[in-house]
Design a protein around this ligand. Structure first.
Ligand SMILES: [Zn+2]
Length: 258
């Protein structure tokens, strides 16, 4: 589809049904399915961070892939390890899988031939890796399901972005840190309580640590809910991180045929 024919608005919930049908007929056969979370993000960020982040990545991914429309972000994710903090919402793994299955089944009936799933919330990734084969098998051959799975690469991209822009790679801990705070300074600066920002857990975030955080809860490993350090956050880091993660997902999806 030529650029001039592509609708400027790519979010399906902002389009009319006729506009969506026309876009699909014109070649927009890829649907982007962003997953998020509504979970605590330390004393300085609202619970919407991962969903807001997913919203923004989805638009960038759709723009880069072209011929793609964006489904509404699944705003509540798998966050049992954050339930020790007021307001956090969590759905069961089976619920998240069922929601993704139902979203995909819905769009398969309308002519989309491919769905690209990714998450703005690192904690959804183990669930996505687990359900990917079941989703793919259930929706084939009408719909190809491409699940971006590499959460370690996302964390690495955040570290490299903070390091290259400001020498702050060590402030990335993966949660409400310099990367996520910087992304929010780009997307919704009015929602960042910068005066409340405080350092969190600064130790190694390896498999053993993550296991402990999942079993005992984030509050057991970081009383203020932050992993890393938000100090030094900036729009420049946020833009670099958004670009780097967009690149990762676009490259993976393209390699899978999108
Ligand atoms: Zn987050």
């Amino acid at each position: 589809m030529k650029h001039s024919e592509r609708p400027r608005e790519v979010r399906i919930d902002h389009l009319t049904s006729a506009e969506i049908a026309e876009a699909i007929a014109g070649g927009a056969r890829t649907a982007i399915l962003p997953l998020g979370a509504i979970e605590q993000h330390g004393p300085h960020l609202p619970l919407s961070v991962d969903s807001d982040h997913a919203d923004a990545l989805a638009l960038r991914i759709a723009e880069r892939l072209g011929a793609a429309l964006v489904l509404p972000t699944v705003r509540v994710g798998y966050s049992p390890h954050h339930l020790g903090f007021s307001g956090t919402l969590s759905v069961r793994a089976s619920t998240l899988e069922a929601i993704c299955m139902d979203y995909c089944s819905s769009v398969a009936a309308h002519g989309f031939t491919r769905v690209v799933l990714f998450s703005g919330h690192i904690g959804n990734y183990p669930i996505m890796r687990d359900f990917e084969p079941r989703l793919a098998a259930a929706l084939a051959p009408a719909l190809q399901v491409i699940v971006y799975r590499d959460s370690a690469a996302v964390l690495d991209a955040w570290r490299k972005s903070a390091q290259s822009v400001a020498g702050l790679g060590s402030h990335v801990g993966g949660h409400a840190d310099v990367a996520e705070t910087s992304v929010m300074l780009v997307l919704h600066p009015e929602r960042v309580r910068s005066d409340q920002a405080a350092v969190g857990y600064l130790g190694t975030v390896d498999e053993e640590f993550l296991h402990r955080a999942f079993v005992d809860g984030i509050d057991a490993v970081s009383p203020n809910g932050v992993l890393g350090d938000p100090t030094g956050s900036s729009k420049a880091i946020g833009n670099a991180a958004l670009d780097a993660v967009t690149d990762l997902i676009v490259e993976y999806a393209t390699a899978q045929g999108a």
